[in-house]
Design a protein around this ligand. Sequence first.
Ligand code: 3HC
Length: 311
Amino acid sequence: EVKNLEALFQARIDRDEKIEPKEWMPEKYRQTHIRQISQHAHSEIVGMLPEANWITRAPSLRRKVALLAKIQDEGGHGLYLYSAAETLGISREEMYEQLHSGKAKYSSIFNYPTITWADMGAVGWLVDGAAIMNQVALMGTSYGPYARAMVRICKEESFHQRQGYEILLTLCNGTPEQKAMAQDALNRWWWPSLMMFGPKDEESPNTEQSVKWKLKRKTNDELRQQFVDQTVPQANILGLTIPDDKLKWNEERKHYDFGEIDWDEFWQVVKGHGKCNKQRLEARKSAWENGTWVRDAAVAYAEKQANKEEK
Ligand code: 3HC
């Protein structure tokens, strides 16, 4: 019986049909989506922290306002994605507990410190640039609520990427010290941005099944290659040097060849031993605890409103 249901389900996926919350789906499909969507949401929320570090230090009001808008967008993306995950039967509390206990992952990239203003440019240009690669592919994902959330999120991510690139362009057209600051940021953020796409395809336990279910429309390596091909010309316009002496255009492949990622560093960070992992989780846990009164007040207010309507 279940074999038959799974065959019918796979036929729907093969016909590029969208799967909606109330429709039958294999338990593993449900669990894989809860895993990926909730971790995507955690990434958005934790991703607010490295940038928040520069709100009070932004060099102008215009930069401060753009940074605030970007961080606010990310909070919204997180809420969107938590709601998409809830349609699969997991509660918001459960997801937060998984993040705070260290059970759930979030993107490794947010465990690096943002130590100069140029980092705000590098994060927008590279981190949001990589996120866009990944999220544009996810607009075609088979689970309806996830695909639809991506449409809205991708529009806002483009603004994030542009404002980051513009920060670096300003610095690169500035004094030699400003250009050096931009180069230093690129040196620190380039390789961690490539790690955002995950392990090599042959080392990725989830990719094969996720491609079959059209959760993943492109593999980790395909998206990483696309990101490198698109970003190198942008670095050339900035007049910055990408910190990879193996980076070279390959006319045959029509792609850039590039050096080997430090996979030990990647797995160290994913396992919680990166520069900022502890600090990020502490910040999230204390925000959750210190925000209890806000959640309680919102629930009390909503109940009062509901009682009023009943009378
Ligand atoms: N950081 C942390 N963990 C990572 C990772 C990374 N960069 N890359 C892979 N992993 C984890 C995976 O989650 C998986 O562990 P799990 O099974 O416990 O979840 C393990 O390493 C093996 O990796 P796989 O490639 O087999 O796992 P996936 O098939 O899930 O692929 C992924 C990883 C490409 C990140 C995929 O999960 C994905 O596309 N997620 C949605 C996109 C996302 O999360 N993006 C975060 C970017 S930041 C962001 O969006 C904020 C923006 O505003 C800047």
